[in-house]
Design a protein around this ligand. Structure first.
Ligand SMILES: [Fe+2]
Length: 327
């Protein structure tokens, strides 16, 4: 009975999300902050699989103490200093997407992923990056998660900057595994408050010249089976674009014929062979960096702007403007 009630509730929330997404005026700069109740309610349904400040938070905190703080102390701060000195690449890339809607040919998508706000991504640096993306004249902001590294409180100015990006086709966010470590419900509500459209198994529709662009987003999950279930839950809406933190959703997305999928999470392994970014340390991922195709679907995996460990070799951090072309 409980399961049935939860499923019914979830479907109601999805409907509410779809209806909300159709209201373009709610995304305009200066619009009222979004109603966050649907986001909170949806995430609370997942509270068993994503408990707040559970063992995962403690393990991540311990990992930070051992791998970052302790090593950095031994190296007298050199590791973090060098990491922060490494430039972040701003790239603009055209991508040919079969079945991309003609009315949205040339859409400029600002793809931001894995900022990991915290000790390795100070607030002013994060805001600067967001402002730089804003100056790139994007039509849409697509953030594929891990905005924060551990605790979320204090990141609000970053969310505010993201919510103020000029993007007439919307500003979307899906949550990553790190966004779930502390309190995903409160974090997502704060993001929605700052006018970011948080997508959880939901679809937003935008109109241009009487044509629709459907943007779907799914929440973090590690399991390919659970990711497939999430993709299948939104596939009937026939989205043109899917945002997912975990690139492992691509198998299901390509089976569903979704034209374009954007993901993050892998950080491109953070260490790769020189000039061979796809030969990297993200060994658990078949799709770990850059472009992939399967059938009529295309995937771009962003290697992220930040990191939880202060070391990258041959995998520069990046922020990408993808220019989507029908082709
Ligand atoms: Fe990440």
């Amino acid at each position: 009975m409980k399961k049935k009630a939860a499923a019914k509730h979830q479907s109601k929330l999805r409907d509410a999300n779809s209806a909300k997404a159709g209201d373009q005026s709610s995304h305009k700069s200066g619009a009222k902050p979004q109603d966050t109740s649907h986001v909170k309610a949806h995430l609370k349904l997942h509270s068993k699989t994503h408990p707040k400040r559970g063992g995962k938070f403690q393990r991540a905190k311990l990992r930070q103490i051992i791998f970052t703080k302790a090593i950095d102390r031994i190296l007298k701060g050199r590791l973090t200093r060098r990491h922060l000195e490494q430039p972040i690449a701003f790239r603009e890339i055209e991508i040919a997407v079969p079945n991309w809607p003609r009315a949205f040919d040339g859409l400029r998508i600002g793809h931001l992923s894995d900022l990991h706000w915290g000790e390795l991504m100070p607030l002013n640096r994060g805001i600067e990056l967001v402002e730089r993306l804003d100056s790139a004249r994007i039509d849409m902001l697509a953030c594929t998660g891990d905005v924060v590294d551990l605790e979320w409180k204090g990141c609000e100015p970053l969310l505010k900057a993201m919510g103020e990006i000029r993007a007439s086709m919307g500003r979307y966010l899906v949550l990553g595994n790190h966004d779930h470590l502390d309190d995903a419900v409160e974090f997502a509500a704060a993001a929605a408050h700052h006018k970011l459209d948080v997508l959880h198994e939901s679809v937003a529709t935008r109109r241009r010249a009487e044509h629709d662009l459907r943007v779907a987003g799914i929440d973090w999950n590690k399991s390919p089976k659970a990711l497939r279930a999430s993709v299948e839950a939104i596939a009937h809406t026939r989205p043109h674009l899917l945002l997912t933190h975990n690139p492992k959703a691509f198998a299901a997305a390509s089976d569903a014929g979704i034209p374009l999928v954007l993901a993050g999470h892998t950080h491109g392994g953070q260490v790769a062979l020189r000039n061979k970014p796809q030969k990297n340390m993200a060994l658990a991922h078949r799709h770990s960096s850059g472009f992939y195709e399967q059938g009529v679907s295309r995937l771009f995996v962003n290697v992220g702007a930040g990191a939880w460990f202060p070391y990258r070799r041959n995998v520069p951090a990046e922020i990408v403007v993808l220019v989507a072309r029908r082709g």
